[in-house]
Design a protein around this ligand. Structure first.
Ligand code: NAI
Length: 330
């Protein structure tokens, strides 16, 4: 099987090449550019394409993939909100993903963001480097004995619940399907979670229902001085309303690994550009906000698991033994 791998960076190549040694008959060509209406034709002559979390898999791209005979899309990520599933269904294409490569990798980043923004590490790091040893403005809040609210307790949310319990926090959660293994978690309505949380961490997928889950009305329900963390998908938070909330001093801190405008930024070096009109620039202007560039998945363990499952998905497809858990269905 010949796979064209879009948007490849050095850590992808390293982990896939290492894992490829265990998979005979699979050939990967790495392509640095991402898939788009302009670059989709490069896939002609291949059996499958491999794409990532922000790859453009919209209708025009799927149309063209179908025209050039691609019937398998391998997503090397968990989320699939970037894929036009109506189109893939229409063409009978198979879309496979990596559902749970390392939930702890993402949950640990969520806690890292919460702790960093709470204890102002982004400021103290810079200060000490410049021989400024003042502590003014660096006061944080103990998480111990506070309430952590987790929205979405699937694999990553469950890992976050366990981490928060380890910090001695009371853990409350909202999910339509409570996770029975989390016997220490108190499930309640979303509204109650919003009202009671000192630390609020989002771990539900982006769907029509969850888009802008965090908006001016839900922000108004939150406790003052809440720490909000989003490592799930940018679209869960209505950025304009978040900015209003930050301005009105609702939040003690905000940690975002994902945000609505990230599409053009993620994994790109734009250091010479002036981001004049961007919401990213506005978010970055707040002293109590930390933004990272969708790096929740970026640990050695997660990368190894992603490569393994993606290659296994390719093999299972070829052998007709697809794992239905990995199958993306509309
Ligand atoms: P999962 O499928 O195991 O869990 C999602 C949970 O959310 C399920 O329990 C589901 O019932 C719940 N849910 C669905 N709709 C909900 C709603 N309206 N309100 C509350 N809960 C709802 O998914 P997993 O693996 O835990 O991933 C969660 C999200 O994390 C993914 O959708 C993805 O967007 C994001 N993610 C981010 C990464 C990063 O690098 N920052 C890496 C991997 C995933």
């Amino acid at each position: 099987m010949k796979i064209l791998f879009y948007d490849a960076v050095n850590y992808d190549k390293e982990s896939f090449d290492k894992e490829l040694q265990n998979y005979e008959g699979i050939e990967i060509t790495y392509q640095e550019i991402d898939i788009s209406p302009k670059t989709v034709s490069l896939a002609a002559g291949y059996d499958a394409i491999c794409a990532f979390v922000n790859s453009d898999l919209s209708a025009p791209v799927i149309d063209r993939l179908h025209e050039i005979g691609i019937s398998l899309i391998l997503l090397r990520c968990a989320g699939f909100n970037n894929v036009d599933l109506k189109k893939t269904e229409e063409y009978g294409m198979t879309v496979l993903r990596v559902p749970g490569y390392s939930p702890e990798a993402v949950a640990e980043l969520a806690m890292t963001l919460a702790l960093s923004v709470n204890r102002h590490l982004h400021k103290s790091y810079i200060r000490v480097r410049e021989n400024n040893f003042s502590l003014v403005g660096l006061t944080g809040i103990n998480f111990y004995q506070k309430t952590a609210g987790i929205v979405g307790t699937g694999k990553i949310g469950a890992a976050m619940c366990r981490i928060c319990r380890g910090f001695g926090m009371r853990v409350i959660a909202y999910d339509m399907y409570p996770n029975k293994e989390l016997d220490f978690v108190e499930y309640m309505s979303l509204e109650d979670v919003l009202k009671q949380s000192d630390l609020l961490s989002l771990h539900c997928p982006l769907t029509g229902e969850t888009r802008h889950l965090i908006n001016k009305d839900t922000i108004a329900m939150m406790k003052d001085d809440v720490v909000l963390v989003n490592t799930s998908r940018g679209g869960l938070v209505k950025t304009e309303d978040l900015i209003q909330g930050i301005r009105s001093k609702k939040f003690f801190g905000v940690g975002l690994d994902v945000y609505e405008e990230e599409g053009d930024n993620v994994f790109e070096n734009r250091e010479d550009e002036l981001l004049e009109h961007s919401v990213t620039a506005r978010l970055l202007s707040f002293p109590n906000v930390i933004v990272t560039s969708h790096q929740g998945f970026l640990t050695r363990e997660a990368l190894a698991a992603i490569s393994r499952t993606t290659l296994q998905n390719a093999l299972d497809y070829e052998q007709g033994t697809i794992d239905r858990v990995n199958l993306v269905e509309p």
